[in-house]
Design a protein around this ligand. Structure first.
Ligand code: ADP
Length: 399
């Protein structure tokens, strides 16, 4: 039960570790809201710099738990816990958007640096505000309507098909559905939603933009995403995207304009559609490390994790160029398996040149859970694609 300030009764902030045993001894103290795989890869890179990282996550089995010196268990939407956690840090960042923004605003007032800034997180948390932000600033996006609930759908019966998206709380395709005919209205989401025009998609691409504390802005070359139709999750990611140079430049410029307009420090994944007519439309943004940037670890001069750390430390941005083509494959839990995880075929994968395996350390698998990823690098993108498809068929996450 939540009080008006968003505090959960009986909750408390406690560290898994005894502070006397492992004190904050290094330079900058970076606090991360969320302790999942994105935080874990950020932590791995942080060992290159003289910084200390602390994480807060509701799950005591979160991927950062085992490998971090400082891990707190707590509800990320609890004002007091997020505030108490942030007070222990010099800089606070996020690896998930669904957090208590009010606590971050309070921390900012008290002089703690919060990157991305709470005002940007607020826009991103609500898909309705995101769409209004694109529209009001002239960024191309599909046409849309905002509705309060299912009862409003009657008015749109004659305009179907439309894509219905819950304004808040959706992720990885959950909270998104296509309403094709009046019969679908019965199973529509109820609550504040956006209704979007169904875009005839040619390709889905993503560009990660970054902005340092000194205002410098860069963008990574676009990557192309191929989705698993059943799970609505990215299955393959190709870097670079197989698109024209003109579209590539256009997409990078657009992503840079968006991060500047948001006036945020940090990294911002900008997911876009290329329509069948070759038009670029912004779909959604995420102001944190993103699934579409995993391949930057092996495939680019500076990884997205390194880039975010540079932003948090107030250091110069790194070069975003691609050093070698790559294909990223998400390792998703197989459909019929639940329980203690096993990775079938991992030896064969690791025996292949150019294959880089990342296991997130989650002990339990379930259907379509993101358990790890593989990045295949090769001087030829086509060869990397062939290897990645073999990995997809042979490396299985089972129980
Ligand atoms: P999530 O935030 O859950 O990832 P998205 O808004 O990215 O949700 O939508 C998930 C997927 O649904 C997209 O990657 C795309 O394939 C499809 N989709 C979303 N919006 C549209 C649209 N307006 N037209 C066509 N397909 C869409």
């Amino acid at each position: 039960m939540k009080s008006p300030t968003g505090q959960t009764k009986n909750s408390q902030l406690f560290s898994i570790f005894d502070p006397m045993e492992k004190p904050f001894y290094k330079g900058l103290k970076i606090g991360v809201l969320g302790g999942g795989q994105l935080g874990r890869m950020l932590l791995q890179k942080s060992y290159s710099y003289n910084v200390e990282m602390a994480f807060i996550d509701p799950d005591t089995h979160a991927p950062c738990r085992e490998i971090s010196n400082w891990f707190y268990r707590g509800d990320l939407n609890n004002f007091k816990l997020v505030h108490d956690f942030g007070k222990k840090c010099d800089v606070v960042t996020i690896e998930i958007e669904n957090v208590c923004v009010e606590a971050l605003e309070q921390l900012e007032k008290e002089g703690i640096k919060v990157f991305p800034q709470p005002r940007a997180i607020k826009v991103v948390q609500d898909k309705g505000l995101q769409k209004l932000f694109y529209k009001n600033n002239g960024f191309p996006t599909s046409d849309f309507y905002l509705i309060e609930g299912k009862q409003d759908l009657e008015l749109f019966k004659n305009q179907l098909p439309l894509v219905q998206k819950l304004r808040k709380g959706g992720y990885d395709g959950k909270g998104v559905q296509v309403l094709r005919s009046a019969a679908d209205i019965e199973n529509a989401f109820d609550g504040p939603c956006i209704l979007e025009q169904l875009v005839p998609i040619h390709k889905e691409i993503s560009v990660i933009a970054c902005r340092g504390q000194n205002g410098d802005v860069k963008a990574y070359p676009p990557v192309e995403m191929e989705f698993n139709a059943e799970a609505n999750l990215v299955e393959f990611l190709f870097s670079p995207a197989k698109i024209s140079k003109t579209l590539e430049i256009q997409a990078m410029e657009l992503a840079k304009k968006i991060i500047v307009q948001l006036d945020m420090v940090g990294i911002l994944a900008v997911e876009m559609f290329i329509t069948k007519e070759g038009e670029l439309l912004v779909n959604e943004i995420a102001p944190r490390p993103h699934n579409s940037g995993h391949q930057t670890i092996e495939g680019n001069e500076t990884s997205q994790y390194d880039q975010l750390l540079r932003c948090l430390m107030g250091m110069p941005l790194g070069n975003t160029d691609i050093t070698i083509p790559s294909v990223m494959v998400n390792l998703l839990g197989e459909k019929d398996y639940v329980g203690a995880v096993k990775y079938q075929g991992i030896e064969q994968a690791m025996a292949t040149d150019g294959v880089n395996v990342h296991i997130y350390g989650k002990t339990e698998t379930k259907p379509f859970r993101k358990m790890g990823h593989v990045t295949v690098v090769d001087k030829s993108l086509e060869k990397a694609i062939v290897k990645a498809k073999i990995i997809k068929d042979t490396l299985k996450v089972i129980a």
